[in-house]
Write a protein that binds this ligand. Sequence first.
Ligand code: O2Y
Ligand code: MN
Length: 639
Amino acid sequence: MLHFKSVPEDYVRQSAKCAQVALNCSRAAHAPVPRNAKLPQLAALTPKVRAFVERSAALCQPEQVHICDGSESEAAALLRLMQQQGTLRRLPQYDNCYLARTDPSDVARVESRTFICSERERDVVPAARAGQKSALGNYIAPSDYEKAMAERFPGCMRGRTMYVIPFSMGPVGSPLSKIGVEITDSPYVVYSMRVMTRIGSRVLEVLRNDEQFVRCLHAVGGSGAPAVPGWPCDPPRTIILHKPSDNEIISYGSGYGGNSLLGKKCFALRLGSVIARREGWLAEHMLIVGITDPQGRKRYIAAAFPSACGKTNLAMMTPSLPGYKVECVGDDIAWMRFDKNGVLRAINPENGFFGVAPGTSAATNPIAMATVFKNTVFTNVAETKDGGVWWEGMGPAPESLTDWKGQPWDSSKKTPAAHPNSRFCTPAAQCPMIDDAWESPEGVPISAILLGGRRPEGVPLVVEARDWAHGVFMGAAMRSEATAAAEHSGKVVMHDPFAMRPFFGYNFGEYLQHWLSMPRAGRKMPKIFHVNWFRKDQQGKFLWPGFGENSRVLDWVLRRCDEQPCHVETPLGLVPAPGALPVDGLGDINMEELFSIPKDFWIKEADSVEKYFKEEVGDDLPKQMWEQLEILRRNIQQS
Ligand code: O2Y
Ligand code: MN
């Protein structure tokens, strides 16, 4: 429930009066509705959705309310409005593509302002960090949660339209899907949610059978004329709150990506991980791909990599190995559940790609390039003089670019033309290699789980876990060079367990315990592998070409899933036997260095993992993880 305890009584009393609803917005979502208007559309809502809408309207005091039906005419009205307001510019080079430029202070997820609320801190923060800041989840007490809301939300939508977006994470009606309702005052968020999730009346229909949904309340904040026309926000007061016990997400102050498209990180991962634990499944920061081998056998893998580590590239890989085909189910999030036959099945809960633009090119990701130039909203990329887009890494810079701040770009200066976290927001269905089963309600069967990160030193190209518990340890010990998606900058190798560090909805120790509890009689456990495409030689040159050549690693992974004896044991786990990884035609690959296991490095690595476990998790770390660390140490010492 939304809380009004510390909200002035007036807001509640006024609710009946102010909850005017402007619907049927094929006309325009935005013409004020007379105060005495009848509200039949409110009556069409289920009682809980209606209560949520009325209470939010009472709190936020919008000028009008629009309930999204998900229609094409509604989308067209939103696009018109956003162009009028200056939020979007049409990109005449492409079909139905637009450019948004955000406030320069609102360009990425804000981890330091993202909190999880629970009665007990321990629900969120592992024992070792009790009463302190935790790297694995920011805790907020219920009283502070309510205070944060009361300081920001009353009246925050005055003069604005409040949109109500019923959305489904996962195919509408799938038993693996979940429903949310996002209330927002940002038309950009509505349009983006339409791409990234399934929205509208058909979702409300599902709620008629089962009224459970996640309440998501979002407001961009700010008052007066925004610093950037069409992009109101309130960066100094931005806050993103999650209350798993109430199925509630509250976000204020930012219109950007993960802060505002609440189905994505907030619901699908933070709340999702809590729901998944409660219901016995897994909500993970993983891509899902189907791989067909030269014999025509298709398998699916899920893979966890930290933000901006090439997830979208792997999800849309063009394999270099002859006879292989890769098809995309999802590029960011996987919801996975064992079915009654003991097979782990995964759905992509999303409906679109919110991919990082810089670095995407015909060479690195031709499939993304074939996907994004229609029906796409680009955010914070550079604009060409003829109404196209450009970003660093796309190819040679055209003349006369306008940078992401709307200024003429001076290539002699060091500032990038596109923001490093600039994005494309594109419907998944138009990806030329989208998998036939990507919307299958039962999900796709998962044969293997890959874990990985950017490890310039010491970590081999691929290592297979000896068993499930070892795989869970690999996930717990994951580290990666920090990425541009979050606030951290510079090249620091950070711990990022399961690539979930910013996304845990509950105590990380319990998360590990949940993973450890997965093996049961009758379940076919996928094999787990750790991969590292990013190892460098002494000169700082990548040892492995990556991209489509990663299909060579996938070939070995799939042969291992068939239990082919193409491996040797090492202190870290199983690696390809000499000659088992197909590298023909790749030229000079230093396999020895690529797979070397430097003893000094791994002694230090084990020390870092121990320090991390002690300092960040402590008593909540499952004892199997300490056992696995000891096995690693012993193996390294004996090597
Ligand atoms: O910075 C943002 O708001 C986007 S974050 C994001 C978007 C798409 C996929 N993954 C991520 C992430 O941070 O993992
Ligand atoms: Mn992600």
